[in-house]
Design a protein around this ligand. Structure first.
Ligand code: F6R
Length: 249
C-alpha cells in the first residue's frame, strides 16, 4: 500500500510550484511515464509552470504519454464543450505532447468495449505512473460521481447536478454541458504509482476535509485516496485547507 501526504501551501502560486515539482520528479524517474491529465481550473497553474520549465529546458516531456481523464458524451454537432479541447490548450500544446502520444477515451461506437480496451491497455503496461487530479465539490475524482466503487472501471456515467452546474461555469452556457460523460474509473486511477490531487479555494474546504479525514467509502470517491495502492500527494492551498478565502491575494 502507498501513503497519503498532504502539503498545505500559502496560495495558488505555491500550489503551482509544488505541483510542478511532483510532476517533474515523476518524469525525471520515468521519462516515458503515462499520466492521466485532469482538465478543470485547479491544475491550470501547475500546467503553466510545467510549460515554463519545459521552455527553459528544465523539463523534457518528449517521451511521456498523456491519458485523457474524462470527456462529455453527445456534445453538440457544432463542437460544443470539449474537455479534450481544454486538455489540448492547457496541457498538450504548452507541453509539446503530440497526438500520437495521447490515449483518448472512446466517444462513439461500442462505448463499453472502448472503455474496457483503455483499461486493458493500461493494465498491459502496468498501470499509470501518474494521475493529476482535481477534486469535485461532491468528492468526485475524474467524473467518478458518488457513489463510486473503488473498483469502478473506465465507463459511461451520468453527471450529477452539482457537476453539471460547476461545469456550466467553464463554458458560460449551462444548457450546453452534456449530462453524460466517459470517465477513467477509480480502479485505474487509484492504482497509479503517484496520484497528485490539487485543491484550491474555500469552496472545496468541506469536501477536502471529508475526503481526507472522514470515513473511506463510495459516498466520497476521493476518500479512497486514504488507502490507495500508490503514493497520493494532496496539495491544497490555505483557503481550501482552512476554509477561508485568502484576503492577501
Ligand atoms: C476534470 C475532472 C474533474 C475536476 C474537478 C475539479 O477533468 O476530472 O474531476 O478535476 O471537478 O474541477 P475544478 O478544478 O475546475 O474545480
Amino acid at each position: 500500500m502507498g501513503g497519503l501526504r498532504v502539503v498545505v501551501v500559502a496560495d495558488q502560486r505555491e500550489l503551482a510550484l509544488e505541483g510542478a515539482d511532483v510532476v517533474c520528479d515523476v518524469l525525471a524517474r520515468t521519462p516515458d511515464a503515462w499520466a492521466a491529465v485532469a482538465t478543470g481550473r485547479s491544475p491550470l497553474g501547475v500546467y503553466a509552470e510545467l510549460a515554463d520549465r519545459r521552455r527553459s529546458g528544465a523539463l523534457d516531456t518528449g517521451a511521456m504519454t498523456a491519458v485523457q481523464l474524462d470527456e462529455y458524451l453527445g456534445a453538440a454537432p457544432d463542437g460544443g464543450p470539449s474537455l479534450f479541447g481544454w486538455m489540448r490548450r492547457s496541457f498538450l500544446e504548452p507541453l509539446g505532447v503530440t497526438d500520437d502520444r495521447v490515449v483518448r477515451l472512446p466517444l462513439g461506437g461500442d462505448l463499453a468495449s472502448g472503455c474496457a480496451a483503455v483499461d486493458r491497455a493500461l493494465d498491459a503496461r502496468g498501470g499509470l505512473d501518474l494521475a493529476i487530479l482535481g477534486l469535485g465539490r461532491n468528492g468526485h475524482l475524474g467524473f467518478n460521481e458518488p457513489p463510486a466503487d473503488r473498483d469502478a472501471p473506465t465507463r459511461v456515467v451520468r453527471l450529477s447536478s452539482t457537476t453539471l452546474g460547476d461545469n456550466a461555469r467553464y463554458w458560460g452556457d449551462g444548457d450546453r454541458v452534456p449530462a453524460s460523460a466517459v470517465t477513467m474509473g477509480l480502479r485505474p486511477l487509484l492504482r497509479a504509482r503517484t496520484v497528485l490531487l490539487v485543491v484550491s479555494g474555500a469552496a472545496k474546504h468541506a469536501i477536502l476535509r471529508r475526503a481526507l479525514e472522514g470515513p473511506v467509502g463510495p459516498d466520497v470517491p476521493a476518500s479512497f485516496l486514504q488507502d490507495g495502492a500508490g503514493d497520493a500527494i494532496v496539495i491544497a492551498d490555505r483557503s481550501a485547507w482552512e476554509g477561508e478565502e485568502d484576503t492577501d491575494s
